[in-house]
Design a protein around this ligand. Sequence first.
Ligand code: PLP
Length: 458
Amino acid sequence: MLTTHVAGAARHDGILRPRRFQVFTDRHFDQIERLKSLDPEHRFAMQVVASVLPFRVNQYVIDELIDWSRVPEDPIFQLTFPQRGMLSDADFERMADLHRRGASRDEIQTLANEIRVRLNPHPAGQMDLNTPTDEGCPLEGLQHKYRETVLFFPAQGQTCHSYCSFCFRWAQFVGDKTLKIATNEAGMLHRYLRQHRQVTDLLVTGGDPMVMKARHLSSYLTPLLNADLEHIQTVRIGTKSLSFWPYRFVTDEDADEMLGLFERLIEGGKHVAIMAHYNHPRELSTEVAHEAIRRLRDVGVEIRSQGPLLGHINDDPRVWSDLWTAQVRQGIIPYYMFVERDTGAQHYFGVPLARAWEIYRQAMQRVSGLGRTARGPSMSAGPGKVEIQGITEIQGEKVFVLRFIQGRDADWVQRPFFARYDPEATWLDQLKPAFGEESFFFDKEYAAMQQGLVRAIQ
Ligand SMILES: *Cc1c(COP(=O)(O)O)cnc(C)c1O
């Protein structure tokens, strides 16, 4: 019952006072008090990088998560503030020149756009995955890549409480922010789900759907309780709010209304899962973060965690074992360790696949079985989610052992396959088949899918 949670919040009132959400973007560097202790050259570099890559940070992250005595190496500072190394030297110098000579906004925008298109802004067919409707036109805000799960990007959820400096969806946060609000978006979603009865999971993502008001989210989710949408068993919500703004579930105006929505879905027979994005154990350390997790679990929400392995932030087995340990302790189920995608500042954050596997393996060895539910390292690539299962030698050839966790064709899932070992490779498209073979087992079918000759999802 929700009343118990209201009482719970009251009990904590003395400690957890509501906090006003206060956010800074690249236009507000001068207003961030903490930055005044950095040298001017460093501040200038951040401004230059932020004219290309999106930047947004809130006061909670600044005050409670960043350890300013360790800046610039501090992992949460690296996670949220732009760093010079995120641009190539050549791009950085060109953009810095424009800033030094006080170039116009237009000039800066033009160069920024030129740099952005070279940073692979739409990895793994992010743009062409919109699912065809019966009329043959793409559905805005909906992605149906794997048979049982539909991804939905609500129009009101296209920002975040803070941005991650490595975000693979960075391109949607730069430039023209005019939101394309589809008319009767909720109706479109429900109609699609009614017509696809093999779908069991709805995954609401963004941006961050938790920036939405509870009543907006309710208009998408409450109709799932109707008999004609009974096949939707699981509602997942992808969010970084438990890290960047846990007040969302504790003291925000409609925090109780949000928990009430989740509770009604659960009472109606749905499984509600928060897919929480975490990168570092410090995100789980504050009192308000604990309280947010406790309140969600109290209404029956399951919290699963996922996040990428990143240079400068968490490329250390101990950080991952600490992260999983802290999660298990608070009742969160470790779910995925991702490989950073081939986009944006990947050259800055990327970790070679061989090293990623070594970090995963060592981290696994440090935790009990309850922490070993995290699968990975996993690449969300065009053909599917591919996991590096290991590195070994077969008949004298050193190889990566790989498998599909998810595949465009469900028949690919769980099939082991092998790639020639390459210590430098950072992404699937750099891997070559092992044993002198010409192609991977899925290459031909995937190519046909891309040409529209085969439809993956019936
Ligand atoms: C990861 C992912 C899903 C969900 O896959 P699970 O393995 O069920 O977590 C669904 N759609 C897309 C596009 C994904 O990348």
